[in-house]
Design a protein around this ligand. Structure first.
Ligand code: SF4
Ligand code: SF4
Length: 470
């Protein structure tokens, strides 16, 4: 009698999720496989066959993300009912697990650039500027959903070319919104000093979210279709002069600017007005024609590894999963003194970060953190100022009071945000999305499903075909 040796799978079958076919956008089952320290989805569409998609380059970090999960914070009101099932009921619907940590309102579709990576497909060929009254209704929908929204980004298109942009920002400031950001390519800020003065009047609680992908002209040409080196420098100079808090936003594309990540963080620290850097892997949305995930995507895990291995201030324990949406967002928080920083995220025990109760804690309860603050700022004593919190911008972080005399300008953060597309889509992960668009129909829709199925007529046609394929 002959025996045949059983064959072992070349991967660990970790579990199962539901993804999308990247061609017809039908929901498809996806096996989660861990292979050679990486995480993949093995998907199969009845019509378009199998796919193997890289989800994370760091299986250990990907597993760690699940330890950070915390009970979701729900919105105050919902806009839709559960009818067709996720992702076809966006509203938010009762099945969604997170409120809007960050909400976006697109105030226009027009833009003064035509970026090859634009997820909203904006350009000078598009002319829509939403009326102020409609935008105010969108803001009111957000306030109804959140009570006091943490963070609203005024976005587009290019919002600074909206004829009523200052009225829009003033309308946002009139509402109980904790922090308002202007999401911009920086051209008007570089070229219009009077506009920058008016923006400075919106402080405090106002920040510029400035596109800043590279220090090299060739990377700008690849990502933005134009050499924006001068614009970026002049915009930063204007923001520095005006003392306007600024976050630099980097779209990372493999082989184009992934090698620059540590240099961009160093560069950010040269500017007093910069409060942090947000890094986003390029995704397959909007105009991103010719996108090849295996060639172009530099995932969250790879960005994190690039920062940690650079020998800079953020080490392995300093960039951690954000508990409300751990697979999609990683954060590192630091104290800042001039161009020097001292990461503090590692001082927060995981149990504290994942508590569902309000996370207000006393500074003294964390003696190592207390000591680090005293040493870093060369203080002999540190009386706490309960009005100033270390984590003013991300609702999942504990509210650690800062010593008197220190404020938001003495902090610095690195945030990695990975938006999904049809290739790496995960139904479980999208239900935890906390970055949402507010639509003119006064709906609140997760970033990913908005771009896939709701943004415009083309997206709605994709939804129709996706539903047909079920
Ligand atoms: S993504 Fe969220 S809001 Fe949209 S259908 Fe799914 S659970 Fe509902
Ligand atoms: S990415 Fe921003 S700046 Fe570029 S085309 Fe789109 S809206 Fe305009």
């Amino acid at each position: 009698m002959t025996t045949t040796a059983r064959r072992q799978a070349p991967y660990v079958f970790f579990g199962q999720t539901t993804s999308l076919c990247d061609e017809c956008l039908t929901l498809v089952p996806a096996k989660i496989a861990i292979e050679d320290g990486r995480v993949y989805y093995h998907k199969r569409c009845r019509t378009h066959g199998p796919r193997k998609v890289l989800v994370s380059t760091d299986a250990a970090y990907w597993r760690l993300c699940h330890d950070y999960l915390k009970p979701g914070d729900r919105p105050l009101v919902l806009q839709t009912h559960t009818e067709r099932g996720c992702p076809y009921d966006c509203g938010l619907c009762p099945d969604h697990e997170q409120h809007s940590c960050l909400a976006l309102i697109d105030v226009n579709e027009a833009c003064n650039l035509t970026c090859p990576v634009c997820f909203s497909d904006s350009s000078p060929r598009r002319s829509l500027h939403r009326p102020l009254a409609e935008i105010e209704r969108m803001m009111d929908a957000l306030v109804r959903s959140e009570g006091e929204p943490d963070l609203l980004q005024i976005s587009g298109g290019e919002p600074t070319i909206h004829p009523q942009i200052l009225e829009i920002l003033a309308a946002a400031k009139r509402r109980p919104i904790r922090h308002v950001m202007l999401n911009t390519n920086g051209i008007r800020i570089a070229e219009d000093p009077e506009f920058v003065k008016r923006l400075a009047d919106l402080r405090p609680g106002f920040e510029v979210y400035l596109q800043f992908d590279s220090l090299r002209p060739e990377a700008h040409l690849n990502l933005r279709g134009a050499d924006l080196t001068r614009i970026r420098r002049e915009a930063l100079e204007a923001l520095e002069r005006a003392g306007i808090s600024t976050t630099l936003v980097v779209v990372v594309k493999q082989g184009v600017n992934d090698d620059e990540i540590p240099a961009i963080i160093d560069h950010a620290l040269q500017w007093r007005c910069v409060r942090g850097v947000v890094l986003q892997p390029v995704q397959d949305a909007g105009r991103n024609e010719g996108f090849d995930p295996s060639r172009d995507r530099f995932p969250l895990s790879a960005i994190r590894r690039r920062i940690v291995d650079s020998g800079g201030p953020f080490g392995e324990g300093d960039i951690i999963p954000l508990p409300c949406n751990p697979e999609s967002i990683a954060i590192g928080y630091a104290l800042r003194k001039g161009a020097k920083i001292a990461p503090v995220t590692s001082f927060f025990p995981r149990e504290l970060l994942v508590e569902s109760l309000p996370n207000a804690i006393t500074f003294e309860k964390y003696p190592d953190l207390h000591r680090q603050v005293l040493e870093f700022f060369s203080l002999s004593t540190a009386e706490c100022n309960n009005e100033k919190k270390l984590a003013e911008l991300l609702c999942c972080l504990p509210e650690v009071p800062l010593p008197a005399g220190l404020g938001y300008e003495d902090t610095f953060r690195v945030v990695i945000v990975e938006f999904m597309d049809a290739h790496n889509f995960c139904l479980g992960r999208v239900k935890r999305s906390c970055i949402h668009f507010v639509t003119p129909e006064e709906k609140i829709i997760p970033f990913e499903t908005y771009n896939l199925f709701y943004r415009d007529a083309a997206a709605r046609e994709r939804m129709r075909r996706s539903l047909e394929g079920r």
